[in-house]
Design a protein around this ligand. Structure first.
Ligand SMILES: [Zn+2]
Length: 328
């Protein structure tokens, strides 16, 4: 008689892809690592679709994502296809939820309307700091102490920015040094609702992770810059902070980061040549040294062979350099 796994009811992990095209092998490896992390913790695993950026969504992408993850052998306890008590699991169906929490930030004067264009923000900045990708907001539309916070009418469309004054964020992602940043100086007041009314990624993802009780976030290391902003939003909305594990991204055959638009690293080619999920899991697992030699293996066999400590140790060992994997 097999023993039932002990469920750690506190662990809730998730994988939250955007339906902007077919998942590539790098996305699938991140999904596999997030799934292993959750299952080795005997926790819940949630599939959520981050489809808020409607102009970038591709028709049929959600169905493809679900089919690809299922083909790989991954499973989840809650998701758009099976529902769950924290749903809906499509961000596009959660707008009223974002509206409510956005109002909460407005009521507590943690956001303010801004009419600046991207160019205004860029021009107002005297000299970008080294390595800085985005311009830091110079505070042009920030409410001042004596003026009313919110103008009653806006002639121009406004975006809404999160006020970062006097906020310092100390964080430590796994495999990274603890850092403290002054939000105002490093990212500045950032947009949480765009001029076209769409909620920004940073806001929607924190609202969802907070309300869905996500405790552990395993995702690609390209998102590590988001940590201070997201932690500030977790704090501002009264959610407890999750634990982050950022995993390495995969490069393509040419040493470039895989991109969905490229398509050459999607499962299409893999499947069309009759290759099995086990072959792919073996390739992905071997690339982060979860198995010693490359061989076909199912995700459940992989799960049985690993401990949580193995997973962390091996991801850590594989963190540098990033290994190139591609269908050959
Ligand atoms: Zn402004």
């Amino acid at each position: 008689m097999s023993q039932e796994p002990v469920i750690d009811s506190n662990y809730r992990g998730r994988y939250a892809p955007s339906p902007t095209g077919r998942l590539h092998l790098g996305n699938l490896r991140t999904a596999l690592l997030a799934w292993l992390h959750a299952r080795l913790s005997k926790g819940q695993f949630i599939l959520r679709i981050d489809d808020l950026d409607t102009p970038r969504n591709k028709l049929g992408s959600i169905e493809e994502i679900i089919a690809d993850l299922q083909w790989l052998g991954l499973d989840w306890d809650e998701g758009p296809d099976i529902g769950g008590r924290y749903g809906p699991y499509l961000q596009s169906e959660r707008i009223d939820i974002y509206d409510k929490l956005f109002e909460q930030l407005k009521d507590t004067q943690q956001v303010f309307p801004c009419t600046c264009s991207r160019k205004d923000v860029h021009l107002a900045q005297s000299a970008p700091n080294a390595g800085q990708i985005e311009s830091i907001y110079p505070g042009t539309c920030r409410p001042t102490g004596n003026s009313p916070n919110l103008p009653t009418t806006h002639r121009k469309p406004v975006s809404w920015r999160f006020l970062t004054q006097n906020i310092s964020i100390t964080s430590q992602a796994v495999f990274a040094q603890a850092t403290t940043v002054e939000l105002e100086k490093t990212v500045g007041d950032f947009v949480i609702r765009r001029k076209d009314g769409l909620y920004a990624y940073q806001f929607a993802t924190v609202v969802d992770d907070g309300l869905m009780g996500i405790s552990d976030i395993v995702r690609g290391s390209d998102l590590s810059d988001s940590i201070p902003r997201q932690l500030a939003l977790f704090d501002a909305l009264g959610f407890s902070r999750p634990y982050f594990l950022h995993v390495p991204l995969m490069n393509d055959a040419f040493g470039k980061r895989m991109a969905k638009r490229d398509g050459s690293n999607s499962l299409d080619k893999w499947k069309s040549e009759g290759r099995t999920p086990e072959l792919l899991i073996g390739k992905l697992a071997y690339s982060c040294k979860l198995i010693e030699t490359e061989r076909p293996i199912s995700c459940h066999e992989l799960l049985d062979r690993l401990t949580f400590e193995d997973l962390l140790r091996n991801i850590s060992a594989a963190y540098k350099p990033v290994v190139a994997i591609y269908p050959v």
